[in-house]
Write a protein that binds this ligand. Structure first.
Ligand SMILES: Cc1cc2nc3c(=O)[nH]c(=O)nc-3n(C[C@H](O)[C@H](O)[C@H](O)COP(=O)(O)O)c2cc1C
Length: 268
């Protein structure tokens, strides 16, 4: 499946992590549509998304503290990958974010959950193979339009949604010389979600390329920063395609993660 860049680009700015759900079942048409995208969006053979139309509470039970408390979602999606692949974290981030943006465009709410869930429960419900693991999950469902006080407390009254400025995140070619597509790509990466909003990605801009690296090699909350970087990779690619620019990713050695090299300018 090709990246539906117009739909997913619009979803990038609308997506917010939501944690308290209305348990009412998801419209079967939307569930079928999301399930089809889980099957069709396979950018890498080693990762896949499995939609489980079952109450997600069993998967999230036992999470510690306010952060990570997910309640009431009628379904969840498991992001499953081959443990032997050295770039599996980036691939899980890239694939999972595509599914999350698709859900967002269907007006369904989600929340990346990388640490505070029960992988063995998710694995048995998603039915995985011996060499696979559930790296992360997301609840899927409906939420109230207005945020409850409980949910506001969970997100630190919006603190967990604040992002660093591009000046703090980008090195290389100076901003005045950025073409439109590059500015859009970096802005899309800047608003990407990351575990505990740690924003570990750094971007080095050269003529016709963006290199992503991590701020340091210390992973926190047992969630690899390379997973966050995989999410930012997809955001960069969606915004570039939206601006008529096609490129290819190449995986790199730590602390670098991956480089996006422009291959074709269709317009602009
Ligand atoms: C890889 C990853 C793992 C995450 N794990 C959790 C988690 O375990 N529990 C939780 O409540 N939120 C989790 N989040 C959600 C982040 O806290 C959230 O994306 C971040 O604070 C930014 O807020 P926003 O998604 O509303 O923009 C995770 C996000 C990512 C990308």
């Amino acid at each position: 499946m090709e990246i539906p860049f117009s739909r997913w680009y619009a979803a990038i700015v609308r997506r917010r992590s939501r944690r308290l759900f209305d348990p009412k079942p998801v419209d079967p048409y939307l569930l079928a549509r999301l399930s089809a995208v889980c099957e069709e969006f396979r950018p890498f053979t080693e990762v896949r998304a499995v939609l489980v139309g079952d109450s997600s509470d069993k998967v999230f039970k036992g999470a510690i503290g306010h952060y990570g408390k997910i309640k009431g979602a009628p379904a969840f999606i498991a992001f499953v990958g081959n443990m032997e692949d050295p770039n599996i974290q980036e691939k899980v981030g890239y694939l999972g974010e595509g599914i999350i943006l698709e859900a967002t465009s269907l007006n369904l709410s989600t929340c990346w959950v990388g640490g505070f869930f029960r992988p063995e429960v998710a694995a048995s419900l998603a039915i995985i193979k011996e060499n696979e693991k559930v790296f992360a999950v997301t609840p899927v469902g409906y939420v109230m339009e207005a945020w409850s006080l409980e949910e506001k407390i969970m997100t630190g009254f919006g603190w967990t949604h604040k992002r660093k400025s591009l000046t703090e995140l980008v090195t290389g070619v100076e901003e005045l010389k950025w073409p439109l597509w590059l500015k859009a790509a970096l802005e899309a990466a800047r608003v990407a979600p990351s575990a505990v909003n740690r924003q570990p990605w750094r971007f080095k801009v050269e003529t016709h390329s963006i290199t992503i690296s991590v701020d340091d090699l210390k992973d926190t909350f047992n969630i690899p920063k390379r997973l966050d970087c995989g999410i930012a990779m997809l955001h960069i690619e969606i915004a570039s395609l939206y601006c008529g620019v096609q490129g290819k990713w190449e995986f790199l050695e730590p602390p670098d993660v991956a480089r996006f090299k422009v291959e074709r300018f269709d317009k602009g």
